[in-house]
Write a protein of this length. Structure first.
Length: 71
């Protein structure tokens, strides 16, 4: 039985086709499923994929993000 590996911020961003800045923004808002190991953030791709498929990222579209900055 093979155990799923941990992804770094850079790797999960590449996996999702997003920038690292977007991943860090989601981390700041405590939305994306992540695990802190020391000073590093680590991710399981299956957890993040399930979160995306479940609509977890929908509230963070670029138009919503710009609206929040203008408040």
């Amino acid at each position: 039985m093979s155990e799923e590996r941990w992804f770094s911020v850079e790797e999960i961003a590449a996996h999702l086709g997003l920038s690292k800045e977007t991943v860090y923004r989601w981390l700041d808002r405590k939305k994306i499923p992540a695990h802190r190991i020391g000073r590093l953030w680590k991710f399981k791709a299956t957890e993040v994929d399930s979160w995306i498929k479940g609509g977890g990222a929908e509230e963070f579209t670029p138009s919503n993000d710009n609206h929040e900055r203008s408040k």
